[in-house]
Design a protein around this ligand. Structure first.
Ligand code: HPA
Length: 272
């Protein structure tokens, strides 16, 4: 993931989008397509056209970058992301995040679909990510470090920005949207977890489990961006309910998406 490639991709985007470059970007997990569609005056880039971008392969992930306005606030929406389970090399999982940094983005809102380890945070609910456990075995920062991007040993004691998370909770409260808070654990996938794994993760302090997001957070913190995150709970984790299916993930993702969309609109209006 080299500095010159990232800058070249940012240059490619700047040549084609000459408006005010947003300072905030959102990565939209599965089922949040309607928010991207709601952007006004959007300039759309297919990941397939962006130099160096890994191409997503999962159903429900469109693979587009949209630069436009949400309300009257300039934002970038990343519709779809690369996952480790697709077989992308670790360094590619942070490529898009570094391009956002090279474009001047300062705040990154990460969303995902996740299974809940807490009975009271059931399918269709939302959870603000207060911290994470990287159980994926994948780290996009492995390899030679480029000091122009960030330090060799980045501090991640506040990986998830406390002040922004507090604002998110305040927005949810004002809207009457229930928003849980908790620790997100990333597993590599592509299989859902076993019930024994979920029992172990509960002991470790995990509240939600999913297969994404942590690589983007690490890359964003490395280059000094602020990060805030929300999981859409699509199911109770393995062993806490019946069989898990991708179809169910999409179905409950759509229910959570209605509230998540309202929440993201309010959050953007508040912080920008
Ligand atoms: N496990 C991992 N990833 C997920 C889950 C889950 O239960 N639900 C949605 N994404």
């Amino acid at each position: 993931m080299n500095y010159d490639d990232v800058q070249a991709c940012a240059g490619f985007i700047r040549e084609r989008f000459t408006g005010e470059m947003p300072k905030l970007a959102m990565v939209l997990g599965s089922g949040l397509n309607s928010l991207a569609d709601a952007l006004e005056d959007a300039t759309v880039f297919s990941y397939a056209d962006l130099p160096g971008f890994p191409k997503p392969t999962v159903e429900g992930h469109a693979g587009r970058m949209l630069i436009g306005k949400l309300g009257d606030k300039p934002v970038i929406c990343m519709q779809g992301r690369a996952h480790a389970y697709e077989g992308h090399p670790a360094e590619k999982l942070g490529y898009a995040t570094r391009v956002l940094w090279a474009l001047g983005v300062e705040t990154l809102v990460l969303t995902n679909a996740a299974g809940s380890l807490r009975e009271e945070a059931g399918p269709g609910s939302l959870m603000a990510i207060t911290d994470h456990i990287n159980f994926s075995g994948v780290n996009p920062l492995v390899g030679p470090n480029d000091d122009r991007i960030g330090p060799r040993f980045p501090d991640v004691s506040e990986a998830w920005n406390k002040a922004l998370t507090k604002k998110l909770l305040a927005c949810a409260n004002a809207l009457g949207i229930p928003l849980h808070s908790g620790v997100y654990l990333m597993a590599k996938g592509p299989n859902f977890e076993t019930p024994a794994e979920i029992r172990a993760f509960k002991v470790w302090g995990a509240d939600a489990v999913g297969m994404s997001t942590v690589p983007e957070c690490l890359v964003a913190r490395h280059c000094g961006m602020k990060v805030v995150g929300i999981s859409s709970i699509t199911n109770l984790a393995a062993g806490m309910q019946g069989e898990l299916t991708h179809h169910e993930t999409m179905e409950y993702g759509a229910i959570a998406a209605v509230n998540l969309e309202k929440l993201l609109r309010a959050f953007v209006a508040d912080v920008l």
